[in-house]
Design a protein around this ligand. Sequence first.
Ligand SMILES: Cc1cc2nc3c(=O)[nH]c(=O)nc-3n(C[C@H](O)[C@H](O)[C@H](O)COP(=O)(O)OP(=O)(O)OC[C@H]3O[C@@H](n4cnc5c(N)ncnc54)[C@H](O)[C@@H]3O)c2cc1C
Length: 446
Amino acid sequence: MSSYSREKPKGVGRRQFLQLSGGTTLAAAAATIGAPGIASAAISGRTNRAADLPASKGPRCVVVGGGASGATIAKYLKKENPDFDVVMVEPNALYMSCFLSNLWLDELIDLATLQHSFCDAARNGGYVWLQGKLIDLDREAKRAYTSEGYIDYQYVVLAPGIDYNYASIGVADPEMVVAMQQSFPAGFKPGSEHLSIKAKLDQFEGGVFLTTVPTGNYRCLPAPYERVCMIANYFQKNKISGKVLLLDPGEQPFAPKAPGFLAAFSELYGDIIDYQPSTMIQSVDPMAKTVTTEFDTIEFEDAAIYPRVRAAKLIEDLGLANPESPQMEADIDVYRYNVKGDTTCYVTGDCRPMPYSKSGNTANSEGHYVAKVIAAVEAGSDIDWVSPQTICYSMVNGEPEEAIYVKAKYDHDTFGFTDVELDNDRSAANGAATHEWGAGLYRDMF
Ligand SMILES: Cc1cc2nc3c(=O)[nH]c(=O)nc-3n(C[C@H](O)[C@H](O)[C@H](O)COP(=O)(O)OP(=O)(O)OC[C@H]3O[C@@H](n4cnc5c(N)ncnc54)[C@H](O)[C@@H]3O)c2cc1C
């Protein structure tokens, strides 16, 4: 079993494992992470053309990725030190958030709530948005190669998020992988996947709508459980006679919120949600529309299938992944986020190796801290470690809107949860707070 895995060892109960996992990961990580080295990037795509940017007016920081992590860091680097010349490299034309997207599936918010302009974010934050993609990195020369030309930098932050690992659910043939991505997208990377799932729900004519929980430390641990509640609520409201099947390799939903989710499943959606815990997927046939578990082969009419996640392939391509990490997460100083031995290059957000919740609030609060770390390095000083903060509301009912809630920080030595606040009694107050929390996070990022 890996240090970052959510898979549990034999003979250890799931709750016990979740408690243990935070406590053992750091030691295991420290033991497996190898010595650093400023290796040249493994990929090519280099160009001799400089990106079309204004001349740098101060230490230049290139931030790769405009998600909860990158957008926060770009903004807060400027706040920490207005002399920084910050360039955020992000290929998407607009930001569309994953967080709150389950509410949109149930039409509790509109699509515009999820969408934000990178133009406005950059202008408000005093940085430059380059619409492009990082292709290669030369850390010795401190040059970032993008689809729009190269950028010389003093600091670079890599926050490219996640990719999916379809082989984890027995789908390895490229033709089948493409069929999975296009016909049954997971909806854990924003944009087209979310639009596709919403259209599926709107057109659903009954039968089994399949959803899944991955193994490992996947993006947003409570989100698959929140999603089935929102889909079930949508089916109820629109009198769609279908079942929402949730296959979960764990013995119960995400541990802190398990009582709240289980109560919602049985009290609100007993005739709609079919929750099957302790069920490991062995393979999926997207053509036949069947999923095979250890016990059974199940037919489905439509699906949103969430495989195991891994750090964005960019991290591995740049030679920055820890080869011991089953999710190919970055090999960084777990307190300072820099690539070991290189205080000019940082990796943040959902491709970090620490077993924190891969969530927007975590990435945002961590981003505040990483901006301070880089500002301190530039000033030749140091700062104390600050824990990220996970704040997570899960909407479980749509009529009336009711949510459950957990808030926690992380222990310095074990990275397990500390200072936990938990409310598993679904309430309208938590429902309203969900919207306020989302609005606050957008305000802080943009
Ligand atoms: C359905 C769902 C519900 C969720 N609910 C919650 C919730 O309630 N609360 C919560 O806190 N979190 C929630 N999350 C999790 C949260 O959305 C993510 O954890 C968070 O967005 C991760 O931020 P990130 O910046 O690491 O990655 P991302 O937001 O994925 O950003 C990565 C960015 O990098 C860019 N990129 C990738 N490669 C390159 C490259 N080569 N060059 C340049 N840019 C690149 C991508 O285009 C992308 O914009 C939810 C997620 C989902 C899917």
